[in-house]
Design a protein around this ligand. Structure first.
Ligand SMILES: NC(=O)c1ccc[n+]([C@@H]2O[C@H](COP(=O)([O-])OP(=O)(O)OC[C@H]3O[C@@H](n4cnc5c(N)ncnc54)[C@H](OP(=O)(O)O)[C@@H]3O)[C@@H](O)[C@H]2O)c1
Length: 270
């Protein structure tokens, strides 16, 4: 079997991953067929040399994909999956990036199949993603190795042992960029409140988050130690952290937010 891939949905996540796979030359454009109703999004994948069609009905019956990547909204799965049953052979693996949608739901449409759930995040677009992976027992070692090769082009990959852990990963790293971008928004607003123009405020916020994340990754010190290194006794950071850490306010708020995201992933799976 050739490493032929059908990518269903070339929106934010589908396109981000495709760009990584083509850019790393793990896949050649002629190995990928994209199904995407939006013309502008089809044009953008065609610019990379991939074939693109607007609906599953336009896919030839002779296609024998090794992998069908499902990068559509979870709410659309039940409508769209039946269109792909005809491609389901024992050696065709379904790879879903959808939040919540369970392997049981996918197999409910495709019949018993190799299924891999992947939870990426948008920094995958620049190769700095965090991806969680769970595969059912029908996925062959050969396919898993090939998929891992694809996924590492998007960022760091962690395999989990239980499917429900994908919902937890969704709440941490899948949705996490949204929390961090909101923190950037908040720090920017705060910078404006203490007197900076928009552009400078945004630069101050973004470079501070970027530099801190890089330091946290490169340093042998824990985030707690790094925080202490910033915090002079009775100084400015101590004054701010007294607000953020009072009664563990920040930790409690983030834990509430992550729990809400995890619960929503579970709900989307019903
Ligand atoms: N965005 C993230 O940060 C993120 C992270 C991890 C996982 N995910 C998961 O990734 C999936 C896609 O999310 P997204 O943010 O990439 O959404 P998105 O940008 O809306 O992409 C979904 C794409 O699917 C297309 N589509 C609709 N009907 C289709 C059909 N019948 N066949 C093929 N494609 C069809 C949509 O086209 P139209 O717009 O024309 O309807 C859209 O371009 C979701 O399941 C989400 O849970 C997203």
């Amino acid at each position: 079997m050739s490493n032929e891939i059908i990518l269903v949905g070339a929106g934010h996540m589908g396109y981000a991953m495709l760009e990584g796979w083509l850019g790393a030359e793990i896949l050649k454009p002629e190995q990928v067929v994209v199904v995407e109703p939006a013309e502008a999004l089809r044009d953008r994948v065609e610019e990379h040399g991939c074939a693109a069609v607007s609906s599953a009905a336009d896919l030839g019956d002779d296609l024998k994909p090794q992998i069908i990547v499902l990068a559509i909204k979870p709410q659309m799965m039940n409508d769209i999956l039946p269109d792909y049953k005809r491609f389901g052979a024992a050696e065709t693996t379904f790879l879903s990036v959808a939040a919540g949608t369970s392997i049981a739901t996918i197999e409910g449409h495709t019949g018993p199949s190799p299924v891999i759930r992947v939870m990426p995040n948008t920094p995958s677009a620049i190769g700095e993603g965090m991806l969680g992976v769970f595969a059912n027992e029908r996925v062959s070692d050969e396919t898993m190795q090939f998929v891992d090769q694809l996924l590492v082009t998007s960022g760091d990959v962690v395999h989990v042992e239980r499917e429900e852990q994908i919902d937890a990963i969704t709440a941490i790293s899948g949705s996490g960029p949204g929390y961090v971008f909101h923190f950037i928004e908040a720090l920017t607003e705060a910078a404006k409140a203490v007197g900076f123009e928009e552009d400078t405020a945004l630069l101050l916020a973004k470079q501070t988050i970027y530099g801190s994340a890089c330091l946290a990754m490169e340093s042998e010190n824990s985030p707690t130690e790094l925080r202490k290194q910033v915090t002079s006794p009775n100084g400015t950071t101590a004054a701010a952290l007294a607000v953020l850490m009072e009664g563990d306010a920040m930790t409690k708020l983030v834990t509430r937010a992550v729990t809400a995201a995890r619960d929503r992933a579970v709900e989307l799976g019903k």
